[in-house]
Each structure stands twice: as C-alpha cells, then as structure tokens.
Design a protein around this ligand. Structure first.
Ligand SMILES: Cc1cc2nc3c(=O)[nH]c(=O)nc-3n(C[C@H](O)[C@H](O)[C@H](O)COP(=O)(O)O)c2cc1C
Length: 352
C-alpha cells in the first residue's frame, strides 16, 4: 500500500462505515483507484464454467451492490467481479446503522438486508459498461415477496443479456427466512425453478449457488447432491456467518453477518467439505476472510478453483487485490507449479 492509499484509508476510517463505503465507490468512479487492469500471469490463467479468467481473484458480492463502479473495479486487478445482490423491486434495506467495522478482529458485521436500486436500474447500468473480466450478478429476493422463487427467475431474466454468470444467493442472514431455502425440499424446488428460467434464455448463463458457512454435514451433502443433480456450474462457499466465537472487538454483539479474518478458517472448512461431498465434480469458489496471498492459496488447496474477497479491502485497501494475485503467482512458482489449476484441492484433507 502506498502513502496515498494509506492516507485515504485513514480518512475513510474517520467516517461511519456506510458513508465510507459510498465514498470509496465515488473515489473509484472518479478514477482514483488502480488502473493497471487484471493481473495477468500465465500461471494464474484459469477456466471455470466455460469462462476464462486472467487470474482467480474476484470481488465478492455486496461491495458494488448497484453496479456503479464496474469499469474501475475491472481495472483494479481482479480476475472477475460479482455485483449485487439485485432484487426485482428496489428496496431500502434495514435501518441504519447496519454495517460495523470490527477493527480489533479485522472483521465486518453487516445487516444491510439487500438494499439495492432494483434489477432494472442495475441491468441498465450493466448494459453500458465494458469489462475485460467476467462480471456476474448476485440474485436476491425482495423482503416482501410472496414467491421468492419467482424473484430469482425475474432478476436472472432481466439482467441476463448483460452478465457472464449469475449467483443464486440463498445464504444472506439479513433477509428473514432466506436461509430456509437451503433446506432440501425448498432448494430442490428453487433450483428446478431457476434452472428452468435459465434454460429459457436465448443464451443460458453459468449458474452458481452461494451457501452459508453455518451448515451441518448433512446439509452440505444434501446441497451438493442437489447442485450436481441440477447441473449447477459452481458453489460459492461461503457467505457471512452468525457465529461470534473468539471475537474481541466491542461491537461483536451487533446483529448481522460476520465477515473478514475470523471467517477464514470456518469458511475454508466448509469449502473443503463441499469439495469432498461433490467428489471434485463441482467447481467451487472460496470466499471468507481472504486477506493475503497465503489465504487465497489455502482456499485453492482446500478445493477452490476461484477465490473472492471483500472485507479485507476495508483494512488493506484496493491495492490488496494485485498483491494477492501476484503473491499467489509467487507461491505457486515456489511450489514448482505451472498452473493454478494444479493446486486445486491438493490440501483438502487438512481442512476436513
Ligand atoms: C457489507 C457487506 C455486504 C454484503 N452483501 C452481500 C450480498 O448482497 N450478497 C452476497 O451474496 N454476499 C454479500 N456479502 C458477503 C460477501 O460477498 C462475502 O461472502 C463475505 O463477506 C465473506 O467474504 P470476506 O470475508 O472476504 O468479506 C456482503 C458482505 C459484506 C461485508
């Protein structure tokens, strides 16, 4: 991190976290972020779900909920981006304050509750941007929806012409009963509905499913079997956790989903369990607590083809993205590997 970024982060941390988040997006849009483009190294190139990635480090959903800074983010080093969550209708989300910096734990708690401008506005914005890297949309459901299955299908159909992949997000803890969709019968029904909507598109998209870290082994096996049966293209593990174990920051009692450093171990264990439960047949995206190249490498060795990050940027700035990608290249080289794909799942047992 250079001095300018260090000073910028210091200033952002003087603001309340939600204001700082908005300012960071404005700064990116004003051209103040890195502009070097995706980190490109032959060793980091990879493919998943028919898509090509210059590097496996992606932006996790929730930072650019309304797709306001896709161009600048695509130039910041990431190999891919996920924007949203988008819901059919715009919705304000939960009352403020609804996001908290737990500096003592290098963590974040949020209870945003899918605040977003709605899929029509988001799709219109996505239609206007050109990105060198794959861009996906996190699909959400409105809080007051009578039929959440329809919501996912609606968001998918509306945004499909302008995105490269879509993620069915049933793992946000901040929309009441959303996580119930991870139950076997509800998920079977939902996946049937969304995959049918996807097949009806002129060009069906790669469909990913994003899961919570707070799952039992039985849940993990059930979800894995259903994803394989419905030809889901990848599982993203994981979203934020409700677990508050081991935190020291005074704000640890805030309600919502916890992300950042304390989530690293838990989400990587869940990731490895999905790798085992799908017997290597299902590509995985590892997310939760990645703050260094070593963390990204650990996720890949636990079974991830791609990695995403978000919360660590709050503490380490956006230059972290290129640092993680370049550092990963060096770690692979030190281990004598020619391609990141050779490392996938190599150390899965350590996490089981
Ligand atoms: C403020 C905030 C908002 C988020 N919003 C979403 C969201 O809309 N959809 C989603 O699937 N995940 C959302 N997430 C979860 C992240 O995508 C990611 O799964 C989680 O934060 C763990 O990664 P991290 O530790 O690198 O942040 C959000 C996370 C944060 C911190």
């Amino acid at each position: 991190m250079n001095l300018v970024e260090r000073f910028g982060l210091w200033g952002l941390h003087k603001l309340d976290p939600e204001t700082a988040h908005g300012v960071s997006l404005k700064l990116l849009r004003a051209g103040l972020g890195p502009k070097h483009g995706p980190v490109r190294r032959p060793r980091l190139e990879c493919r998943m779900a028919g898509l090509h990635f210059a590097n496996p480090i992606g932006l996790a959903a929730g930072y650019d909920k309304n797709a306001e800074a896709v161009g600048p983010l695509a130039r910041a080093g990431f190999g891919f981006l996920e924007v949203g969550a988008a819901t059919p209708k715009p919705q304000p989300g939960n009352p403020r304050p609804r996001v908290f910096r737990l500096t003592g734990d290098q963590a974040v708690i949020n209870r945003f509750g899918f605040n977003n401008e709605g899929v029509t506005a988001i799709a219109n914005r996505l239609a206007k941007v050109k990105s060198d890297v794959p861009v996906g949309l996190n699909l959400g459901a409105n809080k007051d929806s009578a039929d959440r299955r329809q919501d996912y299908g609606h968001v998918l159909r509306t945004a499909a012409p302008h995105i490269d992949f879509a993620t069915i997000n049933i793992s946000s803890p901040n929309t009441e009963k959303l996580r119930d969709l991870q139950g076997k019968a509800a998920l079977e029904d939902l996946l049937g509905h969304v995959t049918a909507a996807n097949s009806d598109l002129d060009t069906p998209l790669p469909l990913f499913l994003k899961v919570a870290p707070d799952l039992t082994d039985v849940d993990i096996q059930d979800i894995s079997d259903l994803c394989l049966a419905h030809d889901i293209d990848a599982i993203i593990a994981t979203n934020t956790t409700l677990d508050r174990n081991g935190l020291v920051d005074v704000q640890h009692g805030e309600m919502g989903g916890l992300s950042g450093a304390p989530l690293m171990e838990k989400s990587t264990r869940v990731l490895a369990k999905f790798a085992a439960a799908t017997d290597g047949q299902m590509p995985l995206v590892g997310v939760g607590g990645v703050a260094s190249a070593a963390d990204a490498y650990a996720k890949i060795q636990a079974g991830a083809t791609l990695v995403q990050l978000y919360s660590a940027m709050v503490y380490k700035g956006i230059s972290l993205v290129a640092d993680v990608a370049k550092g990963l290249d060096s770690l692979l080289e030190a281990d004598g590997l020619d391609s990141v794909s050779q490392a996938v799942g190599q150390d899965m047992d350590r996490w089981l």
